[in-house]
Design a binder for this molecule. Structure first.
Ligand code: NAD
Ligand code: WQD
Length: 353
């Protein structure tokens, strides 16, 4: 394999990382995975092996381990990195902020130091719509002002963006994900929440499969068309494909002034940020109806009190990603719901989750 096609995927056994590994391989890249298994299972590697037709290089380790990471870069010589590895539970970040700053911010710094030393100058970073907070206007554009973070988790994503914007030696594509849902259509990989899920779709599918008794809709008195909050749900396969588009743009050098000193010249555009959503907002009740229509299953739910910290409405303006990355979300809500449900049934059969 041409080393120029090797992409290091940190957190590559996680939810979004595993789907991206599949899309990278389909696009002719060779994914190399580093994952600590903190929030994923080794069985995902077997599923990936089946899906891509060979066993990808996997290093079980922590991005905070500098010696390990130096060895990975020296041996694998990836041309670019996609950095998924992070903790992502908002509530946990409020209880354990240092854990989040250590893993998400110090982990990024450690990765960057090794990348610089090993002359790897191209990075795709997992950011989040959480950086916008309760925006004054929707849909949010990349230029919409960033508000003070509502949680330490959100702060780690804002800090990550700030750090990366300041670099003058590394080309960065920063992707702000909206709400990823669904699973690979094969149902071999998907989201594996540990314990009681916080997010809507895994809670909903676990309710329908009988693991939870009912779904509580967090608040029915918001100023929206049906009183429930609005989000931009995106199929995880569409999100994974956005990473391939970002990697293609990075390694082609398009958008970066390659006539200057390439890396190291502060006058060159080194940092780009993109919203990655569908551009459509759906309420919680619309999601429940869409799930019932897509699967023929009934969702047992009640309207409960508002959840602290929830924003009312957010969805993405995706024109920048459409125009510059040449990427569009292709899968509709029906596919998101059907794939999420098929994945839940697979987990039930395999006693996962
Ligand atoms: P995930 O927890 O499923 O995957 C993250 C993976 O990283 C896990 O396999 C975990 O074991 C690994 N990991 C964590 N810390 C590590 C470390 N220090 N070293 C090595 N491996 C480590 O999460 P996900 O949903 O796939 O999210 C991936 C990225 O996308 C994260 O950065 C997350 O903050 C971001 N993001 C997620 C969402 C979402 O709703 N899922 C939305 C916006 C942004
Ligand atoms: C969606 C909607 C809930 C559960 C979170 C993070 C954010 C980003 C994406 C990483 C909301 C409602 C939920 C339930 C419900 N992650 N809901 N009953 O809050 O938009 O975003 O994931 O970056 O940072 O905060 O996603 O799936 O938790 O909620 O009514 O049992 O579903 O109130 O309106 P959220 P979510």
């Amino acid at each position: 394999m041409d080393e120029k096609r090797k992409i290091l995927v940190t957190g590559g056994l996680g939810f979004i990382g595993s789907h991206t590994v599949v899309c990278l391989q389909e696009a002719g890249f060779e994914p190399v995975i580093v994952d600590s298994l903190h929030n994923s299972r080794i069985e995902v590697l077997d599923a990936l092996t089946d899906l891509i037709g060979y066993k990808p290089v996997f290093i079980c380790g922590d991005v905070n381990d500098k010696i390990l990471m130096q060895g990975v870069f020296a041996q694998q010589k990836p041309v670019a990195v996609i950095h998924f590895a992070a903790h992502k539970a908002v509530g946990e970040s409020v209880d354990q902020p240092l854990l989040y700053y250590q893993n998400n911010v110090a982990g990024l710094l450690n990765l960057l130091e090794v990348m610089k030393a090993e002359s790897c100058h191209q990075l795709v970073f997992s950011s989040s719509c959480t950086v916008y907070g309760e925006a004054q206007e929707v849909p949010v554009k990349e230029s919409t002002p960033i508000l003070p973070a509502a949680s330490p988790y959100g702060a780690t994503k804002q800090m990550g963006e700030t750090i990366l914007r300041d670099l003058n030696w590394c080309r960065v594509q920063c992707l702000r994900y909206f709400n990823p849902v669904g699973a690979h259509p094969s149902s071999r990989i998907g989201e594996l929440p540990l314990g009681i899920p916080n997010n809507l779709i895994p809670y909903l599918t676990q309710t329908v499969s009988g693991i939870r008794s009912l779904l509580t809709v967090h608040g029915g008195d918001y100023i929206t068309q049906d009183g429930t909050c609005i989000r931009d749900y995106i199929h995880v396969m569409d999100l994974a494909e956005a990473h391939v588009a970002a990697i293609n743009r990075l390694i082609s050098g398009i958008g970066f002034d390659t006539n200057s000193n390439e890396v190291g010249d502060p006058s060159t555009q080194q940092f780009e940020v993109f919203n990655v959503g569908t551009g459509i907002g759906y309420s919680v009740l619309e999601i429940i109806t869409a799930f019932e229509d897509a699967t023929g299953e009934k969702v047992i739910y009640k309207i409960g009190p508002r959840r602290a910290g929830d924003i009312v409405s957010i969805w993405a303006d995706t024109h920048k990603a459409n125009a510059i990355l040449g990427w569009n979300a292709k899968r509709n809500l029906d596919e998101m719901m059907a794939d999420a449900w098929n994945w839940q049934r697979h987990c039930d059969k395999a006693s996962l989750g």
